[in-house]
Design a protein around this ligand. Structure first.
Ligand code: 4AD
Ligand code: MG
Length: 445
């Protein structure tokens, strides 16, 4: 058989014989002509079987192929603008074919299925065109995160997944048995990042994060991937400067590399093209004012109630959605009330009821994709905080000691991969942005 090539590379082989190995995505029966859609993971191409070109038994086999049967085909590559596929425009004329397995009746057909059914068949659903597109974009998002940080002087320092204490909040912890002790799955690598920051200056950790969120929203997973950069001597303003460069680089890289995938997802890319620095920055106070104005202007009583917010409360999804719809780019909201944020955030000087925190809210209603802050670096203040929230000092001794051995102002944030991918891909729900979603009611497959 001819040289094995990837469907994505077919354009390089026009006029030559090639071999393609993969699975049958779809087939159209035109009698003497069989139009196969073959996928190999890199793309989908049309492959044409003509009765007169093939031994009788081989043609009969092709005619009997079921969806997702595995096969190897060989023949010449022909350019044809009309040839469908991903990316399309080239087809293979089948001269030889070897069928590896005739697939059983495939549960996912081109007709519409309910989401729960598809999630139950996630191990097969990942083969579908839309899912293929989303997970390829996810891979590029992750890759760009790493490359950008590596190229900008950040060192990857891994943080533990099994931890003795809470990192973010004491609710939402997954508890595990650790020999004779209890331990928790990491909610964040941040506390360790702060130790590593003092060793390496600019660091990041990047791994799975666990939160036993009982919420059933379209933005929450119980297992999600978060990248967390942490920088010595960074202020809140430095943090926002860095975040807007970082997030823009991710979005622009996906635009560059994934035209085909974004087309499959029917994503309006004009929204993404605008994602370049600088991003608008508003304080929590201003955000609340804007929400009050929107509430007052709203005529629908139900929507009016949803928009209502009292100063001091955290934003819910309806608030974030409404806010982001006012901007064309991602928007930073900074200086949140201290009471709704984590214990380690630096209070604003002269106004301790708000803290030097910042969330980045994605446009088109997507809401929070990053959360970060300046960290308290004064030893006594941190001691007071830990005492006040009633977490056991013993488990935090190492963390507290960081404030006694060369404390410096520092800041960092976490970016959720899945929320970022959902926004870039324009998806309604976060569950399709991770290969195997874990949620309140989802642990299978
Ligand atoms: O705002 P969060 O909770 O921040 C932290 O964990 C900090 N320790 C990060 C830091 O400063 N180093 O989470 C950060 C981001 C959110 O903005 C969101 O994108 C994502 O993580 N995230 C979730 N994504 C999916 N499902 C969940 N349940 C998520 N919780 C947070
Ligand atoms: Mg947050």
């Amino acid at each position: 058989m001819a040289e094995v090539v990837a469907i994505a590379d077919l354009h390089k082989y026009e006029g030559q014989d090639v071999t393609v190995r993969g699975w049958l995505y779809d087939r159209t029966d035109k009698g003497k002509l069989q139009f196969l859609q073959v996928r190999d993971g890199s793309g989908i191409c049309q492959a044409v079987a003509f009765q007169n070109d093939l031994p009788e038994d081989v043609f009969a086999q092709i005619r009997g192929l079921t969806q997702e049967s595995s096969l190897i085909i060989s023949g010449p590559v022909r350019a044809d603008k009309r040839a469908p596929g991903v990316p399309g425009g080239f087809e293979v004329g089948i001269k030889e074919a070897q069928i590896l397995q005739i697939a059983d009746e495939y549960p996912i057909t081109p007709k519409d299925h309910g989401v729960e059914f598809l999630m139950d068949h996630r191990h097969l659903w990942v083969r579908s065109k839309r899912q293929w597109a989303i997970l390829r974009i996810r891979s590029t998002v992750i890759n760009t995160i790493r490359n950008w940080l590596d190229d900008h002087g950040y060192l990857l320092v891994d943080t533990p997944i099994i931890t003795p204490a809470a990192g973010e909040s004491t609710t939402e912890l997954f508890q595990i048995t650790y020999f004779d002790d209890v331990a928790y799955l990491a909610q964040t690598g941040q506390l360790y990042n702060e130790a590593n920051m003092a060793a390496f200056g600019k660091v990041y950790c990047f791994g799975p994060t666990f939160r036993s969120e009982k919420s059933k929203t379209r933005r929450h997973l119980t297992e999600f991937w978060m990248v967390e950069p942490e920088m010595a001597f960074y202020s809140l303003e430095d943090l926002m400067d860095m975040e807007e460069q970082f997030v823009s680089a991710i979005v622009q890289r996906v635009l560059e590399k994934h035209k085909v995938e974004l087309e499959i997802l029917e994503r309006d890319t004009s929204h993404l093209e605008r994602v370049i620095p600088a991003f608008p920055r508003i304080s929590y106070d201003e955000a609340v004012e804007r929400l009050h104005k929107l509430r007052d202007e709203e005529v629908d009583p139900e929507k009016k109630a949803l928009l209502d917010i009292e100063w001091g409360n955290d934003f819910g999804s309806p608030h974030e959605t409404a806010l982001t719809q006012q901007f064309e780019k991602p928007v930073f909201v900074y200086n949140y009330p201290t009471a709704v944020k984590a214990f380690y955030m630096q209070p604003v000087e002269g106004r301790p009821e708000v803290c030097r925190s910042v969330d980045l809210l994605a446009p088109e209603g997507y809401g929070e994709i990053t959360g970060g802050s300046e960290r308290i670096w004064d030893s006594q203040l941190m001691e007071d905080r830990v005492a006040k929230i009633g977490i056991s000092r013993e488990n935090y001794e190492w963390y507290l000691s960081l404030r006694r051995f060369g404390a410096v102002p520092h800041a960092g944030f976490g970016l959720g991969v899945e929320r970022t991918v959902a926004w870039i891909c324009g998806l309604q729900h976060i569950r399709e942005t991770i290969p195997y979603a874990r949620m309140l009611k989802r642990l299978y497959p």
